[in-house]
Design a protein around this ligand. Structure first.
Ligand SMILES: C[S@@+](CC[C@H](N)C(=O)[O-])C[C@H]1O[C@@H](n2cnc3c(N)ncnc32)[C@H](O)[C@@H]1O
Length: 149
């Protein structure tokens, strides 16, 4: 099990980093705990995941694809496994910012090269990329993509 503080710490980070983002999509959000934490900060959050069992939060029980109509200001992913790449691709398509905390890769890459790879994909798509560490145990590196305004 990961650090149970990760939801609150990531929510704290996101509201500091993206104070103007009101509508947040939480991709691969599992049970919806990050959704709860961001909602407590006054954000409108929609979680995408394929899990039928989840908390009573706004929940799209499906995988995110590029065909999804966009109603978000910001895309986020906390240990989103196979959904990491779609977060960057979808954000690039709609010129949205994103923040992901990578976990497992979708191509058997080890963790550190995978984190670097995600940053490179984002830079190549035109994002200004930065990284930070959350005060949690386990996989804590946040990759942030923003657009020059
Ligand atoms: C390691 S869990 C993390 C869940 C949650 N974010 C957390 O930190 O507890 C990874 C989640 O990714 C979901 N997932 C994987 N690929 C996805 C995709 N393309 N779209 C939406 N969810 C996806 C899985 O169903 C699973 O719940």
């Amino acid at each position: 099990m990961g650090d149970l503080q990760r939801f609150d710490r990531f929510a704290d980070f996101l509201v500091r980093e993206f104070p103007a983002a009101e509508r947040i999509w939480d991709i691969a959000g599992g049970m919806g705990k990050l959704n709860e934490a961001l909602t407590a900060h006054g954000r409108t959050v929609l979680t995408f995941d394929v899990r039928p069992k989840h908390l009573p939060v706004a929940f799209a029980e499906r995988l995110l694809t590029l065909a999804e109509p966009c109603t978000a200001d910001l895309l986020v992913g906390l240990h989103p496994d196979g959904a990491t790449r779609i977060i960057v691709d979808y954000a690039a398509l709609h010129h949205l910012p994103f923040a992901v905390i990578p976990c497992c890769s979708d191509n058997s890459m080890p963790y550190k090269p995978w984190v670097r790879h995600i940053g490179e994909i984002a830079r190549n798509a035109g994002f200004v990329v930065s990284e930070a560490d959350l005060p949690i145990t386990g996989r804590k590196r946040v990759v942030v993509g923003k657009w020059l305004s």
